[in-house]
Write a protein that binds this ligand. Structure first.
Ligand code: ZN
Length: 217
């Protein structure tokens, strides 16, 4: 059966070759040239409440922006694979001793609209690359926070207070790493970290794939 599936896979690839989500060149989901053009995020973001450390992998600019858009808005789920793999090594390097990877959850209404949580798809690929389990169930978004874009950093933090909670019957692992796709002010990640600490986590690390500006204002 596995052989048959891989045969079908090869046939599909031949008929519909992969296109790079960054530059649309045929061949891979994220080509080597695009990977080389990824701009590492300069420096460290400002410390965020609840988080032991925050790492941002890249600046949110072309070709990464195109790749994230392909995943999020054009629903090319498989693009999460190379994007998550970009974070695998960072988990070991920047979130030492962590025993599980958690995606930033999406509110159930939003999840029903979109059909998938892109942060979860990226987190799954990153977790697999790092050899850790991905826990996508326990941390839950309790309410939507739709007006977030119009608020400043302090207001966002206030707005996010209590938006997340740990809802699983058993406590979360003590040391975990949160994964998000694009970080803005960090208020969401911070609120998740505080909810995890309230549930018993002692160390919560944050890793985001990208952020636009080199400051957490
Ligand atoms: Zn490319």
């Amino acid at each position: 059966m596995a052989r048959f599936t891989s045969l079908i896979d090869s046939l599909l690839k031949l008929l519909f070759p992969e296109r790079c989500a960054g530059c649309a060149k045929t061949g891979q989901l994220l080509c080597a040239a695009c990977c080389q053009r990824l701009a590492p995020y300069p420096g460290k973001p400002r410390a965020l409440p609840g988080l032991s450390d925050v790492t941002i992998a890249y600046l949110y600019q072309s070709p990464l922006r195109e790749a994230v858009h392909a995943l999020k808005y054009r629903r090319r789920h498989r693009v999460a694979q190379p994007l998550g793999q970009l974070l695998g090594a960072l988990v070991a390097e920047h979130a030492p001793r962590c025993v599980a990877v958690l995606p930033i959850p999406m509110h159930s209404t939003r999840l029903a609209e979109r059909g998938f949580n892109q942060a979860e798809l990226i987190a799954r690929a990153a977790a697999a690359d790092a050899g850790l389990p991905c826990l996508a169930q326990g941390l839950s978004r309790m309410r939507g926070t739709a007006q977030q874009a119009k608020l400043n950093a302090r207001e966002r933090q206030e707005n996010m207070r209590g938006a997340f909670a740990w809802v699983a019957a058993s406590a979360p692992p003590a040391r975990v790493v949160l994964i998000d796709d694009v970080l803005t002010t960090g208020a969401t990640m911070s609120a998740c970290a505080l909810a995890l600490r309230a549930a018993g986590c002692t160390e919560v690390y944050g890793i985001a794939l990208a952020r636009s500006r080199p400051d957490l204002g």
